[in-house]
Design a binder for this molecule. Structure first.
Ligand SMILES: [Zn+2]
Length: 498
């Protein structure tokens, strides 16, 4: 071959090679551009992962450039993001907020289809949390509020929103101080819902006027006690039980409350809805309403049926605390005192052969459970509403056993005892020892002042009746709690001495 021909061949080969190089580079570039459009479209949700991935799989692997492999990583990240979004949505629908926000926080900006929606829902969840924790904080559940916010704090974009709140709750918690003032202890009977029926001039009128409170009065009392910084507390905050040398010992416990708050223990006697009260303007029994809340059932004079949450102490207190969570320290409501001789809560759970016995037990159990869930405690008020100091030991034994047989199987065990008529017996009395044998540790009498006393193994305290009698004869004793002139129901008949 001549030199000339050789050179020509060489040129042709070099040009050929460089041309083919150039065309393969262009091809890779073209793939890259096309793939980028596809990945963007996938991000926007316009094509599926499958379509996008198929394109990538079909690219000759020799032609995969850095750009193409970066795009493939991006595609997979977007795919992960979309899966996280759907899981977040699922949990969101089930209102599993902390799970939901966790998934939503894995949604990335390249996942254009879902990114802004995920942010929006995250913010919505944070708002829900803050509302919920504000409510917890208002009810003095500081640790619970903090723990709840900590659940989501790492998923929040602007973490100061949550950390500021946590700090606020911690500050509030630090405001809890030792309380050394007066502990108020108040009690009521069933409320008069229809004064015109209670005060109708019959032989019961005087008793109702003395020992009962009207719905209107009760609502005004709560309102004024709340305004004056009183807060309902659980009686169990006042003592602790310890075992010393194998013996149960009851000791005073320091009471800590948010600065400025004053404690009130509330109890309700005879929540039995006795027969004698029928048609006299009281509710007839407790029920659970459609929402599962404790309500009252009342047969109205015109024959109608009324299920309401505004005509006796329990539901009125519940509704009040729903509106003002800061009126209840950590969810405390009050103590429901029950006898047993006419059943409980308006149901004849004492009549074993009643055709509705099984159903009545079931119903009262459900109501009792709901009451316990919503901050109420139970107390024995004896079985037959007996006057302890006057009864002999055999009668007290029978009474206590009967209450124990019939009532705790429905309401659960309790260590609280409310003496009927406030008539208590001394700590060395064998009747008292009998009550202790049945597990009672906290005993309530009646008196203006709480007068908290401790024996080795029991707590004794008095409660003040906030009824017509006290408002009429002891107006000055109540001035810390409320203004009697404002509260007093004008529909009450006159007392004999005025
Ligand atoms: Zn009673």
């Amino acid at each position: 071959m001549s030199k000339k021909i050789y050179m020509i061949c060489l040129i042709i080969i070099v040009v050929g090679i460089s041309a083919s190089c150039k065309s393969s580079e262009e091809e890779a570039k073209k793939y890259g551009e096309e793939f980028k459009v596809m990945v963007d479209d996938f991000g926007k949700g316009e094509i599926s992962y499958k379509q996008c991935d198929k394109y990538y799989e079909e690219i000759d692997k020799n032609k995969v450039t850095d750009l193409i492999s970066d795009l493939s990583t991006k595609m997979n990240n977007i795919n992960d993001s979309k899966n996280n979004y759907s899981l977040g949505e699922e949990k969101y629908k089930d209102q599993q907020w902390s799970e939901s926000i966790k998934y939503f926080s894995n949604v990335i900006r390249d996942d254009e289809e879902n990114f802004s929606d995920a942010i929006e829902k995250r913010n919505e969840i944070i708002d829900t949390y803050i509302k919920e924790t504000d409510r917890l904080e208002l009810g003095y559940f500081y640790d619970e509020a903090i723990a709840k916010l900590e659940e989501i704090s790492s998923y929040v974009t602007d973490s100061s929103v949550v950390s500021d709140k946590i700090q606020e709750y911690k500050n509030r918690k630090n405001d809890i101080v030792l309380y050394e003032g007066d502990i108020k202890n108040i009690f009521f009977h069933s409320l008069i819902a229809f004064p015109e029926l209670a005060f109708d001039g019959d032989f019961m009128e005087e008793g109702y006027n003395m020992w009962m409170t009207t719905v209107d009065e009760y609502k005004k009392m709560l309102e004024q006690m709340y305004e004056r910084d009183y807060v309902l507390i659980d009686v169990n905050m006042l003592y602790e039980t310890k075992e010393v040398d194998g013996k149960q010992v009851v000791e005073r416990k320091d009471l800590y409350l948010p600065k400025g708050k004053k404690p009130v223990i509330l109890s309700l006697d005879d929540q039995n809805y006795y027969e004698y009260m029928e048609k006299d303007g009281f509710a007839d029994r407790l029920v659970l309403d459609k929402e599962g809340n404790v309500a009252t059932f009342t047969k109205l004079p015109d024959g109608g049926n009324l299920v309401a949450r505004d005509n006796d102490c329990i539901p009125i207190t519940d509704v009040f605390v729903e509106k003002h969570p800061d009126f209840s320290y950590r969810g405390a409501k009050g103590i429901v005192g029950l006898t047993g001789y006419e059943g409980i809560m308006g149901y004849r759970t004492d009549l074993f052969d009643s055709p509705t016995f099984e159903e009545d037990v079931k119903t009262t159990k459900a109501i009792a459970n709901r009451l316990k869930e919503t901050g109420w405690l139970f107390a024995s008020h004896s079985y037959g509403h007996i006057r302890f100091p006057e009864k002999g030991m055999p009668r007290v034994k029978k009474d206590t056993k009967q209450w124990d047989d019939e009532v705790p199987p429905i309401i659960g065990e309790t260590n609280l005892y409310i003496y009927p008529f406030g008539a208590s017996v001394g700590k060395d009395d064998e009747k008292f020892k009998l009550l202790q044998e049945y597990g009672f540790q906290v005993f309530f009498g009646v008196g203006v002042h709480t007068n908290l006393r401790f024996t080795d193994d029991a707590v004794l305290m008095d409660r003040c009746n906030l009824d017509g009698f006290r408002m009429h004869y002891g107006k000055n004793q109540l001035e810390d709690l409320f203004d009697v002139d404002y509260v007093y129901d004008k529909s009450r008949p006159k007392f004999k001495d005025n």
